[in-house]
Design a protein around this ligand. Structure first.
Ligand code: ADP
Ligand code: ZN
Length: 517
């Protein structure tokens, strides 16, 4: 059977999506693969389909025991024999599964990593006696400290390549910036891995950020013409999910709260009611959603600031899996950023704190952005996308733009004169000819020093942010991030490319959120 035949026969789909076909072919050729695909992109198929075609067993490592059952049920419905082993099972159930494994009656086996490498686990020895054809590592970013969902037990997976040297490994994730990607490849010891990156663009989602004022009224206004549609509303605290769900019920909405503190039965019931459309709105902490495969979620609202862009993007990505137009709305208050800063400080771990703070900072930059939000988000995941997506609040609003070529040239020349070794704050002070003692004497002698004195500090900060978002500058990932030129800078410096920015007045009306800072 060819991959396309198996796709039609077992999964009922007519064509591959993204780069599924190439990925599958690599696995069938016994090569290691890292797959980066957005949530809802169709990662599971990349190992489930080879599992059907390969002789032997595919082991799937997944961090979320709660989701294994859903996946396994879905496979069995499709006529693919699969099972999971986890602590929720009785001894008898586990014995049954091992019998089926011994008789080669299973195509896929789902496991949490700690099962495999647990101290008293005999499972590894047993699995090594079986014809293992493929190992799939789902949510592979959990292996990285740089990711937003580090799980120490994932580090043990480094041993897989030693235990199963001949078995190809496919690692999959929806969230990987450059550092996480590097980390995954290194820590898993993948052999000459091929990395497949699908576009992270979710074209059917419209992104909006609004200053948070009276959040409940803002939410009601948003929900007004979405009464009968399904949506997820994320809040920072468990308590606020409960009170908001209660308030929404009072307004006649079919809403329920969901957070990690609720009893398992309640969580399962709520989740099922949502899937069946008996509940329309889930008001949740970020505990809700991983692996929830509901296709007709029409909107995702963030009542509070998310901690990082990875999380935000994954959460908003739960909208519109069916490809129909969907909305992501974030209510932004700078006060939230101040609150989250405290959480970001990890005790006794300055490195980790620094990463979390940087990630939070990027999130705030996104909220305060005066440029295409989609372009910014995709750039965050290392993907170039043209500005003016046509479906974010920025691109949908008519702003007054002005020719900012000269401003851009001043900024870029300052970065050049400072030898690309200083951060935004210094560059702004330098441009403004600040008398600040921090400015080095040798820099005060440069001609560029003070060429931007006519522009206020906040405006310069905004311009640098926007020039970065537009790809004319970049910020390094170092301990002290510095501004550097990009490939696009030269054309501007040489006067070959015009740069347009948004006039301040209009923007301040649109985004008064910064006032409260
Ligand atoms: P991810 O794990 O990347 O978030 P899933 O593997 O859960 O995404 O897939 C998301 C949805 O897309 C699922 O409903 C899945 O069945 C569907 N899907 C996957 N591949 C295809 C395809 N080639 N054609 C149509 N639908 C697909
Ligand atoms: Zn846009």
């Amino acid at each position: 059977m060819t991959p396309i035949q198996a796709l039609q026969k077992y999964f009922g789909y007519s064509a591959f999506r993204h780069r599924q076909e190439e990925i599958i072919q690599h696995i069938l050729d016994k090569k290691d693969v890292l797959t980066l695909m957005p949530t809802g992109g169709g990662k599971s198929l990349c190992y489930q389909l080879p599992a059907v075609l390969l002789n032997g067993l595919t082991i799937v490592i997944s961090p979320l025991i709660a989701l294994m059952k859903d996946q396994v049920d879905a496979l069995n419905v499709n006529g693919i024999p699969a099972a999971f082993i986890n602590s929720s099972q009785s001894t008898q159930e586990q014995i049954d599964i091992s019998t089926r494994l011994k008789n080669n009656q299973l195509k896929l086996l789902y496991l949490a990593p700690e099962r495999l490498f647990g101290k008293e686990s005999k499972l590894m020895d047993f699995l090594k006696t079986l014809p293992v054809a493929l190992i799939a590592i789902d949510e592979a970013h959990c292996i990285s400290h740089w990711g937003h969902d580090f799980r120490p037990e994932y580090l043990m997976l480094a041993g897989l390549k030693t235990e199963f040297p001949k078995v190809p490994v496919i690692a999959l994730t929806a969230t990987a910036d450059k550092l996480t990607k590097k980390d995954i490849l290194e820590k898993l010891n993948l052999k000459n891995p091929e990395v497949f990156i699908s576009s992270f663009n979710r074209e059917n989602i419209t992104y909006r950020v609004t200053p948070k004022r009276n959040s409940f009224n803002q939410l009601l206004a948003f929900l007004n013409d979405r009464r009968d549609e399904s949506g997820i509303i994320y809040c920072l605290s468990r308590k606020s999910t409960e009170s908001l769900a209660a308030d929404l019920k009072e307004e006649g909405f079919l809403a329920d709260a969901y957070h990690a503190g609720l009893p398992n039965e309640v969580k399962a019931r709520t989740q099922e009611a949502f899937l069946r459309d008996d509940v329309r709105i889930i008001v949740a902490t970020i505990a809700f959603g991983m692996g929830i495969n509901k296709s007709n979620v029409r909107y995702v609202v963030h009542m509070d600031l998310p901690k990082n862009i990875e999380g935000y993007y994954q959460e908003t990505g739960r909208a519109g899996r069916d490809g129909l137009p969907s909305d992501a709305l974030l209510l932004f208050s700078p006060g939230d950023a101040v609150k989250l800063k405290q959480f970001a400080m990890v005790e006794d771990n300055p490195d980790q704190s620094r990463i979390m703070l940087k990630k939070l900072d990027d999130m705030v930059t996104y909220c305060q952005l005066h440029a295409c939000r989609r372009q910014f988000l995709l750039k965050y995941f290392d993907e170039d996308f043209p500005p003016n997506c046509g479906s974010c609040d920025f691109c949908l609003t008519e702003f007054i733009r002005f020719d900012a070529t000269l401003i851009a040239q001043k900024a870029l020349s300052a970065v050049v004169r400072l030898k690309e070794r200083f951060g935004a704050a210094y560059v702004v002070d330098f441009l403004r000819g600040s008398k600040n003692q921090n400015i080095r004497e040798e820099h005060k002698q440069l001609k560029t020093y003070g060429i931007g004195a006519d522009i206020s500090k906040p405006d310069w900060q905004r311009y640098l942010r926007e020039l970065t978002a537009m790809g004319y500058l970049q910020v390094t990932d170092d301990m002290y991030p510095v501004l550097k030129l990009t490939q696009k800078s030269e054309a501007v410096l040489k006067g070959l490319e015009k740069v347009e920015l948004v006039a301040t007045e209009t923007v301040e009306e649109q985004h008064p959120a910064t006032e409260a800072l």
